[in-house]
Design a protein around this ligand. Structure first.
Ligand SMILES: [Ca+2]
Ligand SMILES: [Ca+2]
Length: 347
């Protein structure tokens, strides 16, 4: 699913639109596990609630105070954490912990105390998630080297190791198959410390509607991943609007949202894709926005481009955008431009 085009055609990509959409929150008293609550919200409203900024949060609190059942203090919102979603630093390649090659130490990754988002490899080749601010050696990858993998024994945080590998070589090493795993694990021995590899992730990165999380309002000492599970979901305290992570399978009341796009908003043209709306008033508005799409599909293929537009159209329609047309805009004769990775300096 996450490898298809669909996921990236989300409201998060439409920054100029998401900044002007308005959300109406609905408190649902019926108790359901998070995924059932999600289905219910999608059938009845738009989705489980997304809270994008403090203003949303304030409106959520007002809605909850008016609608909540006094006996139920907490309710699901749309934020969740899927521990199977990781990324390799090299090429920012998405990694699925469940379906792709892995060599986790049994019991890992465990996201202990909701603090472990970076990965080390030990002398036996096993991976563990550990806090990114721990200090370890690192395995760098060097695409132009006679030796592709370099063990760096200096102790660094994951971020420092990534910067070091990028500056001196190409990046932190990816371990995507048996061959890469063999080549890298043979560099490590019992005398060396566990070493960073490029695998890392951002926890609680997505909302149910696939938008990317930026704003948060956690209760003190949350999230804590108190009862570990591969999926963690977020509850809001309906009296103060502070957030808690919890196991998704426990039934709770929940907050849905209805998303609407005000017809009168316009943005100065930027590049790549344009949405022309024809609001009821009859005046025409044009909004141009840029989409970032990560896909293995050939984006220069007109059929793929058409498919993207169709999916985008369906998605926006579902989110209540009034009568509109979508088309691609070309710059330099092309609709899509490949994002270049920064050029490394030195050696
Ligand atoms: Ca761990
Ligand atoms: Ca918790």
């Amino acid at each position: 699913m996450r490898k298809t085009l669909l996921l990236f055609l989300t409201l998060s990509g439409l920054s100029s639109l998401s900044s002007c959409i308005s959300r109406e929150y609905h408190y649902v008293r019926q108790k359901m596990p998070w995924t059932e609550a999600q289905s219910h919200c999608r059938e009845t409203f738009t989705d489980l609630a997304t809270i994008d900024n403090q203003e949303d949060n304030d409106r959520l609190l007002t809605a909850m105070q008016a609608q909540r059942a006094k006996s139920d203090k907490k309710a699901w919102i749309g934020l969740y954490d899927d521990m199977s979603r990781w990324q390799w630093s090299l090429g920012n390649e998405d990694y699925d912990n469940v379906t792709e090659f892995n060599y986790w130490q049994p019991g890992e990754p465990n996201f202990a105390a909701a603090k472990e988002n970076c990965t080390v490899m030990d002398a036996e080749g096993f991976w563990s998630d550990v806090p990114c601010d721990e200090e370890h050696g690192a395995v760098c990858y060097y695409d132009r080297g006679p030796a592709k993998y370099i063990l760096v024994t200096a102790k660094m945080t994951w971020q420092q190791a990534q910067s070091y590998c990028e500056a001196s070589y190409t990046d932190l090493a990816s371990v995507r198959n048996v061959t890469e795993h063999y080549n890298i694990s043979t560099l490590l021995s019992d005398e060396t410390d566990r070493a960073w590899i490029g695998l890392h992730r951002k926890p609680f990165a997505y909302w149910s509607d696939d938008s990317t999380s930026t704003f948060t309002d956690w209760e003190e000492k949350q999230p804590d991943n108190f009862i570990p599970d591969i999926l963690q979901c977020v509850l809001v305290d309906t009296t103060v609007a502070k957030w808690y992570d919890a196991r998704c399978d426990k039934p709770n009341p929940f907050i849905c949202e209805t998303v609407t796009f005000p017809p009168s908003t316009t943005e100065p043209p930027r590049t790549t894709a344009a949405a022309s709306g024809s609001p009821a008033a009859g005046s025409r508005h044009k909004t141009t926005f840029k989409l970032k799409i990560r896909s293995e599909a050939d984006m220069s293929d007109p059929a793929v481009q058409r498919q993207v537009l169709q999916q985008l159209h369906a998605k926006l329609e579902k989110h209540g955008l009034p009568d509109f047309k979508l088309r691609w805009v070309q710059t330099d004769g092309q609709t899509f431009h490949k994002e270049q990775k920064r050029e490394k300096q030195g050696g």
